[in-house]
Design a protein around this ligand. Structure first.
Ligand code: RAM
Length: 514
């Protein structure tokens, strides 16, 4: 299978232009340890950024600048010598942070399992002063620390213009203003969600502009849904669909993520649920755009994902669960993913069925319908525990939030039974919870689709609302109100604090609450 060049060419032909803006820092801040503050770091304004211009910096001097909001872009700075003619290079260290922790905690102490190279820092040796430097890498930050590691005994330096040229393919003027009357906290939540999406919108829908800076299909699906009610950059969704469709794994499965550079190529990560989401994303794209040409071209890819997914059903009609198999669902080590995977399969097949019917593909529609009946029937027969009133997953018959949420979305039970299932879930609150905004998204979506609007809004407030109270400028990759340093990567320094899959409050607000 591998590469379908014409699809990749279509994707490359609709490369978006990036919009730029110039942003300057606002404040000089101090970051101090405070157990009461989010992740134990408190930020205090100690001056205006413009006051920096007159301040000479010698060996060992440093300053932290606050740009006032989350930015993605290219940093430039003007540096001039103060005192005698510079008789040695300037050695300057720069550190960027989306969050105070990245500025306050030395990166040398980082011991997580993702590469430390994601941590944003730079050491510059400047031979000739004065100078104006534009750094070649794109950074993602609100805070920037300047540390003069050395000048010489004879001169110091001063910083003139410091700025960031931001980049995004999201045109904020296309986002409709919210009507008056929406509660203030929800309007603020919408604004932060839109900003999150905007900063992730580059030449693809990136998962996080700090990390991993690439296109993952699980993230894409949610970004696309948020995009249809905000930026409406539908060509960007189309480009991403063609990238996934054009570059697949050896057996035809859609890869979990793709890279754009040095040329488009698919990563070798395979996730059961992510491959299936190709069909759901194509379904949503067609629903939003009515673009039949794209649907017709990419339909065979979607159909193939459904077949590959259904091939994992055992003779009973249950997704085989073994240690070699990887399904994402949530960052949660103890979560058994069998029930959720079964539900994702059914959820995606339902959307595939709608597309097959629309395209008049009778045989394929019949095949999908038969698989839905098989898998949904098996779920009720083998995964439902009548006594507990929950779906149970894996050999140990685990009851988790994810299993119930995904089964509600898969509509295996009747609408009334689904609503009762979600109410029971909230009441019983099983110990195997949800860790990511991605999993919370599915919980909220399930609540809205079962008509549990009040609980949905309450839960949005309890999750994204808490992130706001904890100072979010953009919504985060990971958040657990009970464990604020939670990271699946061994350190919260490497977490992404502007993350695609966290942008969906705007989708909920604009789709269900206006
Ligand atoms: C992480 C990223 C990304 C997600 C994958 C599965 O690397 O956070 O958003 O889709 O995991």
């Amino acid at each position: 299978m591998g590469i379908q060049q014409t699809f990749v060419e279509t994707a490359e032909s609709i490369m978006p232009a990036l919009r730029q803006d110039e942003v300057s820092p606002l404040h000089i801040v101090q970051i101090t340890e405070d157990q009461e503050a989010f992740q134990s770091w408190r930020t205090t304004i100690v001056g205006k950024a413009e006051d920096l211009k007159e301040r000479p910096f010698g060996k060992g001097d440093s300053v932290i600048l606050d740009f006032g909001d989350h930015l993605v872009g290219y940093v430039s700075l003007a540096i001039k010598p103060v005192g005698s003619p510079p008789d040695a290079p300037l050695k300057l260290k720069l550190t960027w942070g989306e969050m105070p922790c990245e500025i306050a905690e030395p990166f040398e102490q980082y011991d997580g399992w993702l590469s430390s190279s994601w941590l944003q820092e730079e050491t510059l040796f400047v031979d000739v002063l004065p100078t104006e430097i534009r750094l070649p890498r794109r950074y993602c930050f609100r805070y920037m620390k300047l540390q003069v590691l050395d000048t010489s005994a004879k001169y110091k330096v001063a910083f003139g213009h410091i700025g960031c040229t931001t980049v995004t393919s999201g045109d904020v003027s296309r986002v409709a203003t919210l009507p008056d009357g929406l509660e203030e906290d929800l309007a603020a939540m919408d604004r932060i969600a839109v900003k999150t999406l905007q900063d992730c919108m580059q030449t693809v829908f990136e998962d996080g502009p700090k990390r991993d800076r690439r296109l993952w299909i699980g993230d894409l699906r949610l970004q696309a849904q948020a995009n249809y009610v905000t930026f409406n950059n539908n060509d960007l969704v189309r480009r991403c669909l063609y990238l996934f469709g054009g570059m697949r794994l050896a057996d035809g499965a859609v890869g979990a993520c793709v890279f754009e550079h040095p040329h488009p190529h698919v990563d070798d990560t395979r996730l059961y649920d992510y491959s299936l989401f190709f069909a759901a994303t194509l379904h949503d794209y067609f629903e939003a755009t009515g673009d039949r040409t794209t649907l017709e071209e990419l339909w065979p890819v979607a159909m193939e994902q459904l077949r590959i997914g259904a091939n994992r059903l055992d003779e009973r009609g249950i997704v085989k669960d073994d240690p070699t198999w990887w399904c994402f669902i949530d960052w949660h080590q103890e979560l058994n993913k069998q029930v959720s995977a079964q539900a994702v399969l059914i959820y995606c097949m339902r959307r595939g069925l709608a597309l097959a019917q629309l395209l008049g593909k009778g045989n394929e529609a019949a095949y999908i319908q038969a698989q839905i009946d098989f898998a949904a029937g098996a779920a009720k027969a083998h995964l439902w525990d009548n006594e507990q009133g929950f779906f149970v997953s894996g050999e140990d018959r685990q009851v988790s939030w994810a299993s119930q949420v995904w089964m509600a979305l898969a509509e295996v039970l009747s609408p009334e039974e689904n609503a009762a299932l979600l109410n029971r879930l909230v009441e019983v609150s099983p110990a195997i919870g949800m860790n990511t905004p991605y999993m919370h998204h599915h919980f909220i979506e399930a609540l809205f689709s079962c008509g549990l609007r009040e609980t949905a809004v309450e839960r949005m407030r309890a999750y994204w609302g808490e992130m706001m109270k904890d100072g979010a400028d953009t919504f985060w990759e990971l958040y657990n109100p009970d464990d604020k340093k939670l990271s699946p990567y061994g350190s919260n320094l490497i977490n992404s604090y502007c993350h695609a899959w966290s942008c969906t409050p705007t989708y909920f607000i604009r789709r269900y609450l206006l």
